[in-house]
Write a protein that binds this ligand. Structure first.
Ligand code: HMG
Ligand code: MG
Length: 303
């Protein structure tokens, strides 16, 4: 079992991209600042995608510029193509993420092209990033099931992960986009991928639709995976993944890891403050179990 785990915070990007409420640039900047103050030093803060497709991520350039004063943290943004890369670079991005899918159905729905065409779009991004000294993270979506194509074979995930790795991505984040996985399936998928990309260069990006995300993460840690994507408050979802709910909640991950004696560097009180802050903006309480428990405890002790 790994003794060190890195957490990549998804709240400002995956967390907000599917919300009905559009959160202002100022509030998105404040959310990032609060997350970093809580000890989450790698944060995905926006996406340079079509604002017609994802209006919630419009003005990601202003968010990125607005957090340029925040030191000691690494900020990631999604880019689907060279147009996105140009805009991200102009706003000062130093780490970008390309995102592919292991299923044709999701690839078409999400980025309007086949898997093969998406790779062709990423090639110039990766080549330019190499020249510019920009790090590129690669996502593979639908690693444990697709809302359109159903079951996804581990080999399809492994083959695509290898392509992204060979193109120069420094880390491959494996997305259970619709949160349908269970631990044994997660292990089988991760073993197949680890045959192509070193396990310590993989990340787990598990949505929690069926409440299996923590169990799947634990199973993945047993396979040697050391990076976990989470979102404060369990926010998240994708407009092109019908029925999916949020990412695994960062506070649930932190609670589990700290309980296992794995130091995360995250201050739970401050993370709870970030979660409650964004819940207030969205007008509903956080869905995460740990945030609900801690908020209830606070109410008991103050009443
Ligand atoms: P397209 O229609 O194939 O692209 O869209 P196009 O080149 O034909 O351009 C169409 C229009 O989009 C044009 O504008 C372009 O200028 C514009 P129009 O002439 O109609 O006004 N455009 C752009 N605008 C801003 N930034 C860009 C850009 N590129 C083109 N980079 C595209 C392709 C990818 C752009 C589109 O399908 C899109 O934006 N899709 C949204 C994808 C997305 O953000 N999905 C959610 C994130 S992925 C996710 O959540 C999964 C993940 O969390 C992992 C997991 O959970 O599995 C990462
Ligand atoms: Mg996601």
């Amino acid at each position: 079992m790994s003794d060190h785990i890195s957490i990549i915070e998804m709240g400002p990007r995956d967390g907000l991209q599917n919300e009905k409420t559009l959160v202002s640039v100022e509030a998105r900047i404040a959310f990032v600042e609060t997350l970093v103050a809580a000890g989450l030093t790698t944060v995905e803060v926006g996406a340079f995608v079509s604002p017609k497709a994802i209006p919630q991520m419009a003005s990601s350039d202003q968010v990125l510029r607005g957090i340029s004063h925040v030191k000691g943290a690494e900020f990631h943004v999604l880019v689907p193509n060279e147009k996105g890369y140009d805009a991200a670079r102009a706003a000062g991005a130093k780490v970008v993420s390309v995102f592919a899918a292991a299923s044709e159905g999701f690839s078409r729905a999400n980025i309007n092209c086949s898997i093969a065409d998406s790779i062709e779009r990423f090639k110039p991004v990766l080549a330019r990033a190499r020249d510019d000294g920009v790090k590129v993270r690669g996502y593979v979506s639908c690693v444990l099931g697709c809302p359109f194509d159903g079951e996804i074979k581990p080999k399809a995930v492994a083959d695509l992960a290898k392509i992204l790795w060979d193109l120069g991505c420094y880390e491959i984040s494996l997305g259970d986009t619709i949160g349908v996985g269970t631990p044994l399936k997660a292990k089988q998928m991760l073993r197949a991928v680890a045959g192509e990309v070193p396990a310590d260069k993989l990340a787990m990006h598990f949505h929690d639709t069926y409440g299996q995300a923590l169990a799947n993460l634990y199973a993945g840690m047993e396979e040697g995976v050391r990076v976990i994507d989470g979102a404060a408050g369990g926010l998240g979802g994708c407009p092109y993944a019908p029925g999916a709910t949020g990412n695994v909640a960062t506070e649930d991950v932190v609670y589990m890891l700290e309980g296992m004696g794995i130091r995360t560097g995250v201050d739970m009180e401050k993370l709870l403050a970030a979660t409650n802050e964004v819940a207030g903006l969205l007008g509903r309480p956080p869905v995460s179990r740990v945030a609900s428990a801690l908020n209830a405890k606070k109410r008991r002790t103050t009443s």
